[in-house]
Design a protein around this ligand. Sequence first.
Ligand code: PLP
Ligand code: ZN
Length: 409
Amino acid sequence: MTKVRGLKCRECGRDYPVEPIHVCEFCFGPLEVVYDYEEIKRNVSREKIENGPHSLWRYVDLLPVENPTVGLTAGFTPLRRAEKLGEVLGLKNLYIKDDSVNHPTLSFKDRVVSVAISKAKEFGFDTAACASTGNLANSVAAHCAQAGLNCFVFIPANLETQKIYGSLVFNPTVVAVEGTYDDVNRLCSEIANDMGWAFVNINIRPFYAEGSKTLAFEVVEQLGWRAPDAVVVPAASGSLYTKIWKGLKEMVRVGLIESVRTRMFGAQAEGCSPIAQAWREGRDFIKPVRPSTIAKSIAIGNPADGIYALQTARESGGDWETATDEEIIAGIKLLAQTEGIFTETAGGTTVAVLRKLVEKGAISPEETVVAYITGNGYKTLEVLDGHLSEPVRIQATLKDFKEKVLAKV
Ligand SMILES: *Cc1c(COP(=O)(O)O)cnc(C)c1O
Ligand SMILES: [Zn+2]
């Protein structure tokens, strides 16, 4: 594999070979994929990408996989001009990157999982697993079905019913753990050491995380090979947020665009906002919290990439903001009613935080802004209980229709 040099510890810089490992043996820092950018620069071009497949694999030259075999339909989601939402928020050049329609399981996780499971196949694993807040479990279960791998997904027991069904339908072993995501993750780290499985967000994490970069690549290509002025990204572990920034910088590095001055804005739910709190208090370390929010897909109390997310905000001139549960619901409804996009709680968080950022002047009206909508509202229907109007119930008569419906509109 010539484009990938190996893995490197983000803390002490020690080098490792391309293997299913994720922490440095010496300092316990996380490992990251290192590329030969000169080699990639010789191979990659706008034309080659534009003529590539209509999936995230059009960027295979910048991903740590040789032969994609799974998730061949993930990515390549719409970037939509959002004029009506922009008008409400006071933005003239607002775009929605709509991963609520990602394939096959309607969240951005199909990107990271198609990379992770393709890599797990390359490594020769016969079983894949994950610790999940919901969407990851759905995606791992679907991709294992495609790949013919055995599958175990671990989730907190109190997840939304729709997300549990969204895993069960693919027939993996679903393990519902009493506790928070952080409890699930701790358990899975122990299991990963024991079992020799491909845990996509544990021992395969360095490869998995790279899939998130495609949310930067696609946006730049869809804007006509131009990086936006500002992006808003919902954060759980902080991986997506940091990898979008990495992706933008790589595009400059390999000559696909000239420069990047994108400010990276992070969005968390107030009830689980360890990164935003550290940012607010000017800390460079994370104090873990116990999640309490309806935004379960982004409820990670001890975020693995938290400190790198803080660095990314500093480096890019960005900021972090939070949204309360009530504001998240309002964000979901606002996006639905202005743009016809039904997102889940993470997307509601993005919209609510974007609103605050504009109000406080962190983003100005003329800027090109991309809001990342990372998941689908049909998977978190129950959060809308009591927040929507009721259907008008009538008998099947013209009289009832006139009296009960027409008289009221
Ligand atoms: C997992 C997830 C995120 C962000 O995850 P990170 O751990 O920060 O990479 C954002 N939105 C949705 C809908 C998710 O499922
Ligand atoms: Zn190290």
